[in-house]
Design a protein around this ligand. Structure first.
Ligand code: GLU
Length: 302
């Protein structure tokens, strides 16, 4: 394959956290005042006396709480505001599953885990399961188990509102494109055919800051994530709107815990059927402009 110089010149500014619990904490999104107070937050009926032959679940029952990995800087998906409150579609999915596994909201602990440390965090048992724009693919299936897909996104480009030249992935040759270490859209945009010059960071909100500051020309990741940033800064940012990959989202968990995978798949199916899923989608992602699509059920088992 003929490599263009621009495609290989990656500016790597690794913000890799030393531990899997890289705390995004009260990070906010690119310095904005988040609109998370306007985002839907549901209550789900908590199942009683749940007995499942899952090592992960048994451990969680013993400790009296379930630990869920999530993102903290993705508005409308996985966001933590300055009061510590978590909102977004992924947070709702996480809560629905926790309720079906028998954990009340007080027994749910969220842990911020960014893209680059997801597999480590799950396989080391630092989280019981993970819900955070996590694409199911064969490479990751070697390390973790997935329930889903519970929705499908696609890689797109976020640019400044006045951007004229970047109208699609075929127009990023020689442009500075920011993405996240350990994410599938970064792997994609690094392909020689795009000719982009990549900036690789640890958090999406840092890429958005770089875009606003003029240090990069575009940010690439899933459209569902980018629409959230654009919705918060409509006068400054826009999504190009030409998705160029398929990103089926799964709930990640220990690879060998088949019983947990089955229980989580069933929980998601039940909430799709009873309408909780749609209500949560419309109150979160629906508000940042992602169109609702009902996931196919039953979810695939493998
Ligand atoms: N869905 C993509 C992935 O799992 C990008 C979003 C993310 O980094 O969470 O890599």
């Amino acid at each position: 394959m003929r490599m263009r110089k621009t495609a290989t010149a990656a500016t790597v500014v690794l913000a890799l956290a030393a531990t899997a619990t890289a705390c995004g904490g009260k990070s906010g999104s690119a310095g904005d005042k988040p609109k998370s107070e306007k985002v839907f937050s549901g209550d789900y009926k908590v199942a009683k006396d749940v007995k499942i032959d899952s090592p992960t679940l048994k451990k969680a029952q013993q400790r009296g709480k379930i630990i869920i990995g999530a993102k903290a800087d993705q508005p409308f998906l996985g966001f933590q505001d300055s009061d510590g409150k978590r909102t977004g579609f992924d947070i709702e999915i996480a809560k629905m599953v926790a309720a079906d596994l028998g954990f009340s909201p007080k027994q749910v602990e969220f842990k911020t885990v960014d893209s680059n440390v997801r597999e480590t965090s799950i396989s080391k048992g630092q989280v019981d399961y993970y819900v955070g724009t996590y694409t199911i693919n064969d490479e990751r299936k070697k390390q973790v188990g997935f329930a889903g897909p519970y929705m499908t996104a696609g890689a797109d480009l976020l640019v400044r509102k006045d951007e004229k030249a970047i109208t699609g992935p075929d127009k990023v040759k020689g442009k500075k494109v920011c993405s996240i270490v350990g994410s599938t859209p970064l792997q994609e945009i690094k392909k020689a055919k795009y000719g982009a010059e990549t900036t690789e960071l640890g958090k999406y909100s840092d890429c958005v800051k770089s875009l606003l500051d003029g240090q990069v020309d575009a940010v690439t990741t899933d459209d569902a994530i980018l629409k959230g940033y654009a919705a918060e800064r409509p006068s400054k940012l826009k999504v190009v709107g030409k998705p160029f990959t398929e990103e089926p989202y799964g709930i990640g968990m220990n690879k060998n815990d088949k019983a947990l995978r089955e229980a989580i798949s069933k929980a998601v199916e039940a909430h799709i059927k009873n309408g909780d899923y749609k209500k949560a989608y419309e109150g979160t992602l629906g508000k940042s402009g992602s169109a609702y699509e009902e996931p196919k059920t039953p979810l695939p088992r493998y």
